[in-house]
Ligand binder design. Sequence first.
Ligand SMILES: *Cc1c(COP(=O)(O)O)cnc(C)c1O
Length: 480
Amino acid sequence: MLYDKLIFELSKKGRIGHDINVTTNNLKSSLPQHFLREEELLLPEVSELDVVRHYTNISLKNFNIEKGFYPLGSCTMKYNPKINEKIASLDGFVSLHPLTPESASQGALELLYETDVILSEITGMSKFSLAPFAGAHGELTGLMIIKKYHELNQDFKRTKIIVPDSAHGTNPATATVVGFDVVEVKSNLDGTVNIEALKELLSDEIAGIMLTNPNTLGIFERDILEMSKLIHDIGGLLYYDGANLNPLLGKAKPGLMGFDIIHLNVHKTFSTPHGGGGPGAGPVGVVESLKEFLPGPVVKYENNRYQFATPKHSIGRLGKFYGNFSVIIKTNSYIKTLGRDGLKKVGPLAVLNANYIKESLKDDYLLTVEGVCMHEVVFDGLKDKSSGIKTLDVAKRLLDFNVHPPTVYFPLVVSEAMMIEPTETESKETLDNYIEILKTIAEEAKTTPEIVKNAPYKTPVRRLDEAMAARQPKLKFKDL
Ligand SMILES: *Cc1c(COP(=O)(O)O)cnc(C)c1O
C-alpha cells in the first residue's frame, strides 16, 4: 500500500503541505542570531493529503477498544464513554491556566474536591490526594506515606514490606525504590495468600503489606479481615493496590477490609483511554489517621470556598501542579453519568461476564482455580497440552480473528497464564464470539497445530523478534 510507506519514503522534493513562510520570516527577524538553524532541517516533503492518508492508514493498523474486544486482564479495558471527552474539553477546563488564582478557579477546585469525596465514599477512605499520575505512582506515594508514618513514630527498624508472589511487578519494584526490603509471601493453590506463611513472616520489622483484592488471579481474599488484624497487631499498615476495584464497585469497600492506604487506577476503573502509556491518574486515599501524610496539594472546603492545602506531615509534592486534571474530570464524569444505581451494577456485571467466559471455556482451557472468580479469569493455557501449542501461540492466532488477546504470562505464578477480563461493558454476543474463536483455536491445536504455531497471518507484520526489538530498537528512519 502506498500510504503504508514511511513518511520519508513519500517525500518529493518541493512538495509542500503548508505554507508557513510568513510566520517563519517574522520569527527569523525577531530571534537572536545564535538561535537560528544553520543547516536546512531534514523534513519529509509531502502534501497535506499525503500526511492525512499516511496517519489515517497507520492508525487503522492499531488495535483499540473501539475497534474490537480487548479483554486484557488486570487492565480493565472498558468502553470509554464519549461524554467524558466532551466534558473534559469544555472551554472552562481546557483554557484554565494552572496558575490561575483559587478565587478565579473555584469550579475546577470544586470538581477536585467533589471527586475526592465521591472516591472516599466508594472506597470507605477518609481523604484522597488526586496528584499521583498513575497506579504505580500511587504505590510510590503510599509507600512513602508508610515510611514517613513509621519514621515519625521513631520506629526505624521497620524495613520490610510483604508482597504476595502473585503481585503485579510494580508492587515489589515500588517497595524497593522507596528503600524497603521485599519479603514474598506464598499463595495457596487457589491463589489467595497463605495465612500460615504470612504468620511466619510477621515481626516488628514489618512496615506493611501490599495487597490486590481480588488478587491477580481474580480471586477474592476471603481471609482479608484476619490478615488485616494480623498486620495491624504487629504495628504494620495495609496498602491496597486498587487496579482490581472494578468488581467491588457497589459491593464492598477496601476501607472496611482494614486497608489504610489505597490507590485507584481511575483510568481503568473509571474509564479513560489507556494502554500505550497513558495518560492516567492514581489517586491515593487514606484512613483518617493518615490524612496529614498525603502529598500536597489537597483540596479543602472552608469559609465557603475551595482551597488548596498542604497536609501537616505531607510526604511533599509528586509533580508540578495538581496531577492529571483531565483524567480526574473524566473520572468524575463517568461516575456521575452512571449515578449511584448505575455504579452498583458495574461490579456484578463485570463478575458475571468473567464467569460466563470461565464456564464456557473450561473444557478447552485449563482452569487455574475452580469455583466463582471475580472480574477476570486465569487459564493455564490449553487443557490438552499434547500438541505443544503454547499460550503465546494462542494469543498470536487470536489476532487473525480481529480480537485482542488476553494478558499472557501474568501472573507469574501460572506458567502458561491467559488472563481474560471482559469488563461490564461488553454484550453477550461479543463474549460468545470470543468464546467461539477460542474454541476454534483449541480445535485447530488438535487437528492442525502448525496453523496456530505460525500465526498470525492477517496482521501488517507477522511474529516479531520481541527480544531484539527491545534490545536494538530502530528509532529513526535510516541514518539521516
Ligand atoms: C495496572 C496495574 C498496576 C499499575 O498501574 P499503572 O496505572 O499502569 O501505573 C499495578 N497493579 C496492578 C495489579 C495493575 O493491574
